[in-house]
Design a binder for this molecule. Sequence first.
Ligand SMILES: [Zn+2]
Length: 367
Amino acid sequence: MPFDRIMISKRHSFSTFEPNMMKMRSLKLMVLTLTLMAMNVLNSKAQTIDVSKLKPASRTDTSFVVGSGDTQSHLPMIIFKGKEKGPVFTIVAGIHGYEYPPIVAVQELINEIDVQTLKGTLIVLPMANVAAFYGRTPFLNPLDAKNLNNAFPGSANGTVTEQIAHLISTVIIPQSDVFLDIHAGDANEDLLPFVCYYNNTSTPKQTALARTLSLASGFEYVVAYPYTLTETEPAKYAFKQATQKGITALSFEAGKLGNVQTDQVRAIKVGVYSLLSHLKMQSLKNISKVKTISLDNQVYIKVPQSGLFYSELKAGDKVKKGEKLGYIANEFGTKLEDVVSTADGIILYKIGTPPVNKGETLFCIGY
Ligand SMILES: [Zn+2]
């Protein structure tokens, strides 16, 4: 999902997603087993890795241990060290474990990357939220009911989600020249595929590169988010954390409503290869060029009251200010109110399933 702009209130999310005790126990057992199975599990005390020290033309599969006891899990990582020197490019998938096109695209990519022809280093976090993936949990990590994309910079001694955020913030981001976080519409989100970056004017060089990479990514819609974060405010989101630390960062959003969608898997792979090509880490031919549409402004339409939401509109539809977007009804079948657009623009994402809770983002409209 695009961040947690679709806020799930703790009360609702907990009652919806908290597995029962049986499920919880088997999930914990499974996560623990997977942790033990993970290759080269990094020593949990020395949870760090210096990618500059790895051998050229090598692939390293490893995992960090996160959480402890009942909430222990792992953070898998693959490092492709190219034969020749070059930038360090990081790809993260699965910050939200129910967003499948990024996870599947990265699974394909890691079997295609050839360290003999790679220049520089490619760090891949193929599944940042393992417990959410196996637990089939939208937005939240079922082990602590926290949203990883709301947890940055995280905490070394925090819950399992906060520890994952902390590792990415302190070990991965500082070693990256370019940081790409890949998301999709989550289980309930209808979404138009797009690439996005923060318009951080305090780091003009990095922001210019983020824009250039976005324009070269093959995605038609290029979204620039405003950036007003101070140096000490929590960034919350992974690629905002990287942006705050002066790293060139961007994000893909491709796929929707909890589906795998092979066309979006392909779009993500084309995007990653286009970036590798632009960074001269791989020489690739036949990268398709697309005409891009920049959306530098966004409005967020919030859910005015909880209920069932009905709408004929889809992500990608164009709307006008004042246009009726849909309506909310209660459980007794009574219509409560219409929802209208507050801007002319295109629907970037919307809640695509009936339940809506007061205060959540119902529509994000780009223009
Ligand atoms: Zn997401």
